[in-house]
Structure formats: C-alpha cells, structure tokens
Design a protein around this ligand. Structure first.
Ligand SMILES: C[S@@+](CC[C@H](N)C(=O)[O-])C[C@H]1O[C@@H](n2cnc3c(N)ncnc32)[C@H](O)[C@@H]1O
Length: 395
C-alpha cells in the first residue's frame, strides 16, 4: 500500500506539485496524514498544488457532465464520476461510459490511495445501521438528516440521468461510498466560470493536499495565481504530524461529515435545545420564535450558556415585561436575574446529564452496528458529559 503513495507523489511531482519538508505517512487511527520530515519554521511553504491537478466540475468528462441537468449538484456529479471510473477500471463492463472513463487514467494514482469502502462505512454515520442513529447527539442527528436528504437527491438524479445499462453495476452503496469520499476530501474553490453556482457547489478534489488530517488549528491555505499553497502555521519538529484545519467545527459536525471526533477541540460545542425547550410552554416557544430566539442553544468552553440560551431562560426567570426589556437593552434591570438564570441552567444541565448517562448505558448494552461505531458514539457522549459537568461547575 505504501508503494501506492510513492506512486501518487511521483505522479503529483510530475504534475508540478511541490512538497517541502513533509511526506505522507500512515498514522494509527487516522489513515494517512502528513508528517514533517525535518524541522519546520512557521510561515514556511509546505505544499504547492497547481490548479491543473484539481478535480472539479470542469474536469468531469463531458459524457458524464452533460448527462446531468445544469442545476445538478457538483457533489453528486463528482460522486458519479468517481463511481463510474472505479467500475470502468474494476469490471469488464462494455458500456461506452466505462470505456471512455477508463481511458481517463489521469487520476489513477490518486484513485489508488483513497480510503477503502470499509473505512468509510466504519466511520461515517450515513452508512451506519439506522438504530445507531438514535444514539447520535441532537446536533449530529440533525446534520445527518440534512445529509440524507442531499444524498437521496443526488442518488435519485444519478439513476435518472445515467441510463440503466451504464449504471447497472453501481449499487446505492457503491454510489454512497463515492459520495462520502467527495464529502470528506473536497476543498472550496471558485473561479470566474463557477462563481455563479451556489456556495455548496464550489467543491474540488485536490490530490495530495487531501492527505492532511484535521486539527482545530492547522497550516494556512491560500489560492493564488495558478496554484494553492499550504504554509506552516507554527514551528514543527521533525516527525510531528502537520495538520490542516477543515474549519471551526464542533465534534458533532466532524463526526457526521468526516467520521471522527477530536480529543482537543477549541471549537467543540454541545446543543441543548431539547433540554431547554422541554421547560417551555407552547406560548413561551411562540414568543421565542416571534423574536428569532427559538433553538440553537449552545454550550462551549468559552460561554456557559450562549446569549440565545440566556434570552430563552430569562423567559422562565422573570416577568414578561422584564424579559422584553432584556431583549431591547441586552442587560437585566435586576441583577439577581442572572443568579436565577444560572441556577435554572444548572438544573436543566443536571437533567441533561441523566439523558447523557442513559445514552452511555444504552450504548454499552447495544449489540447493533460495529464495535468501532458504538465506541465512537460512546466517546462522543463521554466528551459531552465532561463538557456539561465543567459548565455546571462554572455556573
Ligand atoms: C481529507 S482526508 C485526510 C487523509 C486521510 N486520513 C487518508 O487516509 O486519506 C479526511 C479523512 O481523514 C480522517 N481524519 C482527518 N483528520 C482526522 C483526525 N484528526 N482524526 C482522525 N481521523 C481524521 C477522516 O477519516 C477524514 O474523513
């Protein structure tokens, strides 16, 4: 397998990719990653990838791209290309798609190193037994529901646009695997020809750059002229893993979109909507909705109860007129209100911890899904337990 990576780097170097002081390396629990092969100083350039290497909508073979309507999602089309390309190279299909796609050997070295379908299905909740979805934290579950809608939309369009004779060898699971490969490996890129497309369509695959694993802080990334460059955000010692940050994402987001959670994550957050809204009457919820404060109640390490939570809980702690004045002024008329809000939040969080414990116990007794999937969920709930407990102590 390591040979395939050497082949990728040889191919990439021929395409003009430059690696300075980093190399790909297998990292336990994280697949491949990028590691410093020498001491690196902050601001040193680590990787340059010319635009000619990227795989975006403009490089999709016309026989695939033109089969889709103009407003089809780039995500779905790239997944179609990867799925058709894999079938073309792995089967003796005689379809014209297969033949023409197989002739596009340009990305063969990249195709050889992407994670196997078992790696994707072990880690990404979209592929898990639906009974495990009941154990996802609320924020992760709503992200997953959104992902399911997008995936179904793209899969249905694929079946409609690529005639049956061409796709009969591609199952829903094959397509899902390629769709998730695109989901976990794309970067954001706009050019004047793609600028009019909606934001979510500015996805491109970037061979070699997609070997960087994520951390909450990582090297800097910029497009300029005809290439993209990655620059060290700090000093690295030889042998250290060099990360790229995929964004300021919570662990619930990382779990659903990328299939992992971080131990240390400055951007981690827990959504406590269900716990807060369980305390409200319908009338109180209507007031919150009318004022734009229904839901998105977040706990993180910086704020023991975000501003939205503060607004919602004041509805339970003070007379309505006083609540309206807090909305207008952003501060309490009576300073004792904050103490009442803190006490109420502690009570709500203690009840929330009971739910967290029920999920942990339920997962410990569950036999559904694979061990690694249940362990990932257990890890996430334990992180939530810790964060909520720290918040209670701060209040
Ligand atoms: C862009 S790829 C990075 C390269 C990938 N590790 C590989 O083997 O090809 C993103 C995927 O890498 C893995 N990954 C990235 N950062 C990670 C981290 N900090 N911990 C665990 N897995 C990580 C996840 O499977 C994620 O979906």
């Amino acid at each position: 397998m390591e040979q395939a990576y050497d082949e990728l780097i040889r191919w990439a170097t021929d395409q003009g990719v430059e690696l300075h002081g980093i190399a790909s390396k297998r990292i336990p629990g994280r697949g491949m990653g990028m590691v410093a092969t020498q001491d690196i100083k902050a601001n040193e350039r680590l990787l340059l990838v010319p635009i000619s290497c990227l795989r975006g909508i403009e490089n999709v073979p016309p026989e695939i791209k033109n089969a889709f309507p103009k407003d089809a999602k780039v995500h779905g089309i790239l997944a179609a290309e990867l799925a058709l390309e894999e079938k073309a190279t792995s089967s003796s299909s005689e379809s014209s798609y297969a033949a023409s796609v197989a002739s596009k050997k340009k990305y063969a070295a990249w195709n050889a190193v992407v994670p196997a379908s078992e790696d994707i299905s072990d880690s990404l909740p979209l592929t898990w037994d639906p009974q495990l979805h009941d154990y996802l934290p609320g924020a992760a579950l709503s992200l997953l529901r959104g992902q399911e809608i997008k995936f179904t939309r793209d899969w249905e369009l694929f079946q409609k646009c690529i005639p049956a004779t061409k796709w009969r060898f591609i199952t829903k699971d094959d397509y899902k695997y390629h769709w998730l490969l695109v989901n976990t490996r794309t970067f954001y890129h706009v050019n004047p020809r793609t600028a009019k497309r909606p934001d979510e369509d500015h996805m491109v695959l970037l061979p070699v750059a997609d070997l960087f694993n994520h951390a909450d802080h990582g090297c800097e990334f910029a497009w300029s002229g005809g290439s993209c460059t990655f620059t060290a955000n700090r000093d690295y010692a030889e042998g250290e893993e060099v990360y790229f940050s995929y964004g300021h994402h919570s662990n619930d987001f990382l779990l659903v979109e990328y299939g992992f959670v971080l131990d240390e994550n400055e951007w981690d957050a827990v959504n406590i909507d269900d716990a807060v809204l369980a305390e409200m009457t319908n009338e109180q919820k209507e007031h919150l909705e009318a004022n734009g404060y229904l839901g998105s109640y977040i706990l993180d390490e910086r704020t023991p109860g975000c501003y939205r939570t503060q607004v919602a809980l004041r509805l339970l702690c003070c007379p309505f007129e006083q609540w309206e004045s807090f909305l207008e002024e952003g501060e309490d008329e009576d300073e004792r209100v904050q103490e009442n809000v803190n006490r109420l939040l502690q009570t709500i969080l203690r009840k929330f911890l009971e739910k967290v414990n029920r999920n942990i116990k339920g997962l410990q007794n569950l036999k559904v899904g694979r061990d690694c999937q249940r362990e990932m969920l257990l890890l996430r709930w334990r992180q939530i337990y810790e964060l909520v407990t720290r918040t209670i102590a701060k209040l």
